[in-house]
Design a protein around this ligand. Structure first.
Ligand code: PMP
Ligand code: GLN
Length: 375
């Protein structure tokens, strides 16, 4: 009598567990393995003996909400009202779950673009709504005609993820324009924009929904401090939504978590005065370039990586196996864990592609690459 008969254990859990069992280098699940900025750990140490251990207000610690508004102003030149338009969440996962549960009704349809990150589908199903999964082109550009054709009179929402996990692709100006035109034709459709990798982009600039005036009155934008500040285990993020949607989202949030970990909220609010956001992209660009240079002479084919900390590679020149089996063998025979891309498709489409996370110290990247070059 499962409510989610087709949902299984997340591929990130499966691969990380297997990596641990076989003592493999874990480039599967996306998390950094280098030390956190000392300025942030010092703030946390200091806070542990201060009076910051009780509930914060439900929607977030007010100074943090002011800091988020300042960040959005400086990054995107958008002015938002912290009290009515920001919600601090236990990571982007909870932001997305809460939003979907609050806004979807029975039989609503939600368009998701495949390959898609795994946390969208379950809350849609639990809302008795229907995920409509539309594949991106094989080069991971969106096919706006196919997407337009997937709209029906039941469509309630479209979810975009930009920069995109797992492919590292980012949407360009023309994509955003086409999205705006499409949504103009469907005035009641909402947009959920998962932008957790907003500060990790390389040659091309990330275009945030925060900068798109035409979208703001129906857009929920999701961010993650876990990704931006290398603290995925803190599970802290936020969403921005217009007040009429936020009122509904807060109704669910108050009974799902009520409020988010107080120390982390205070720590991030203080850290935001110290950190230079613009340094995050060059930091990861160096890692991307280093990892790519190490794999240059391997038999893997490197796919483009425009943003995120994921590098997709093709193993088509190495093996004909399906990507899940290939990843398992990579762990057991070569000691490196990766994520098979087919698991991000509703139909399990297998293009012989796997994903490595390069948010690792250089020693780890070098050792992993040495093993991969031997494949
Ligand atoms: N969306 C995407 C695209 C992700 O890669 C992740 C993983 N960090 C999340 C959402 C969830 O983020 P968080 O860890 O802040 O819940
Ligand atoms: N976002 C991470 C990834 O893509 C996984 C986070 C998780 O395991 N839920 O690898």
């Amino acid at each position: 009598m499962s409510k989610l008969p087709n949902i299984t254990t997340s591929i990130f859990t499966v691969m990380s567990k297997m990596a641990t069992e076989y003592n493999a280098i874990n480039l599967s699940q996306g998390f950094p393995n280098f030390p956190v900025d000392e300025r942030l750990t010092q703030i946390v140490s200091k806070l542990s003996s201060e009076n910051v251990h009780q509930y914060t207000p439900m929607a977030g610690y007010p100074p943090l909400m002011d800091q988020i508004a300042k960040l959005i102003q400086s990054s995107y030149n958008r002015t938002i009202e912290p009290e009515t338009e920001i919600l601090v969440t236990a990571g982007a996962t909870q932001a997305i779950f809460t939003t979907l549960l609050a806004l979807l009704k029975i039989n609503d349809e939600v368009i998701i673009l495949d390959p898609s990150y795994d946390c969208y589908e379950a809350p849609i199903l639990l809302s008795n709504a229907k995920p409509i999964r539309v594949a991106l082109n094989d080069d991971y550009t969106p096919n706006w005609n196919t997407i337009a054709n997937a709209f029906s009179d039941k469509t309630k929402m479209i979810i975009i993820n930009n920069p995109h996990n797992p492919t590292g692709k980012i949407l360009n100006e023309s994509d955003l324009e086409k999205l705006e035109i499409l949504l103009e034709k469907h005035p009641n459709v909402l947009l959920l924009s998962d932008e957790v990798y907003e500060y990790i982009t390389f040659e091309e600039k990330h275009i945030s929904t925060h900068t798109r005036k035409k979208l703001l009155d129906r857009c929920i934008t999701v961010s993650s401090f876990g990704k931006s500040f290398h603290v995925t285990g803190w599970k802290i993020g936020y969403l921005v939504a217009p007040e009429y949607l936020m009122k509904e989202i807060k109704k669910v949030h108050q009974f799902l978590v009520f409020s988010v970990n107080s120390i982390c909220q205070v720590a991030v609010s203080q850290y935001l005065d110290l950190v230079t956001i613009k340094e995050i992209s060059p930091f990861y660009q160096e890692k991307r370039d280093y990892f790519r240079s190490l794999l240059k002479n391997s038999r893997f084919k490197l796919m483009p990586c425009e943003g995120t900390y994921f590098q997709v590679v093709s193993y088509a020149g190495i093996s004909n196996e399906n990507d899940v089996d290939f990843c398992k063998q990579l762990i057991t025979e070569h000691g490196v864990a990766a994520i098979p891309i087919s698991t991000f498709y509703a139909d399990g489409k297998d293009l012989k592609l796997i994903r490595f996370c390069f948010a690792k110290d250089n020693f780890t990247l070098k050792e992993a690459a040495k093993r991969l070059c031997a494949v």
